[in-house]
Design a protein around this ligand. Structure first.
Ligand code: OAD
Length: 249
């Protein structure tokens, strides 16, 4: 496939803008980078590790079985951080654009983020693929509930089974919700354009949803501060808010 443009020049912005204006079915994929300007650190990159352990170790059922307190402390720390952060310009621009665009076209946003910042600005058609920081799940029956607690003196027990609760998120090695996945892949094979924002492109299924869309002919626009693993037709190496301001309005 011919590359449309590979820089952050005016022409890359204009081509991205034209593509998105024409697209009748658009898929948006976001990752940790869109929340970076809200003050939430990304997973990978310079500050990509926490307490010298890899995300893969912390975000796993094995990690939780080994040391539930450590894992809960990590998630509670993230709850407190997110609680003190606000959605940034990029979240706001996207929410406004999707609302307007939905009068004339299909737009669906799949985020890998668990911070719910897209939902905080009422972004329509948004699905959090990896769950939410603000949900607890019963380790016995799997029932989830919303939970806003920022600290636990004792680890939480579920109201349903009185069993230990875990964060209501998807961890490495776990399957995502089947219906949600089906919708994501169905969208990827039908869409004309994919707008990818702030992801390393290293984690499935987001990475394979993007590559599936590309294989069946969709144009990929990638906004990222740095080089990443996303194969795109238009690469814009700028912050999410800078780029979205230029492209969407
Ligand atoms: P990563 O931390 O892997 O990647 C974040 C990307 O955002 C990097 O490529 C950065 O260059 C880019 N970035 C940073 N600041 C930016 C800005 N202001 N504007 C635009 N881009 C910026 O995060 P994800 O790709 O979201 O999964 O990670 C995917 C999954 O891996 C996460 O959902 C999480 C993680 O382990 C689970 O916990 C299951």
């Amino acid at each position: 496939m011919e590359s449309l443009a590979v820089d952050s020049s005016g022409s890359a912005y204009n081509q991205a803008k034209m593509l998105l204006e024409k697209s009748l079915n658009t898929l948006i994929i976001t990752g940790a980078g869109i929340s970076a300007e809200s003050g939430i650190p990304t997973f990978r990159g310079e500050n990509g590790y926490w307490r010298n352990q890899s995300v893969e170790e912390l975000a796993s059922a094995e990690g939780f079985a080994k040391n539930p307190r450590l894992i809960w402390d990590w998630y509670l720390e993230r709850r407190r951080l997110v609680n003190s952060c606000k959605p940034n310009l990029a979240h706001n621009i996207l929410a406004k654009w999707i609302e307007q665009k939905l009068w004339t076209a299909d737009v669906n946003l799949f985020t890998q983020n668990i911070d719910d910042l897209h939902q905080a600005v009422n972004t329509l058609n948004t699905i959090s693929m990896h769950g939410s920081l603000w949900r607890n799940r019963c380790t016995k029956c799997g029932l989830e509930r919303q939970e806003m607690a920022l600290d636990y003196s004792k680890l939480p027990l579920s109201p349903c089974c009185q069993a230990l609760e875990r964060p209501g998120v998807v961890w490495f090695g776990e399957s995502l919700d089947k219906k949600m996945l089906a919708k994501a892949f169905l969208t990827s094979v039908k869409c004309n354009a994919v707008l990818v924002i702030g992801t390393s492109g290293l984690v499935a299924p987001a990475s394979s949803i993007i590559s599936t869309a590309r294989t069946v002919g969709a144009k990929i626009i990638d906004i990222n501060m740095a080089q990443n693993a996303v194969q795109a037709d238009i690469q814009i190496r700028k912050s999410a808010s800078d780029a979205l301001q230029r492209i969407l309005f």
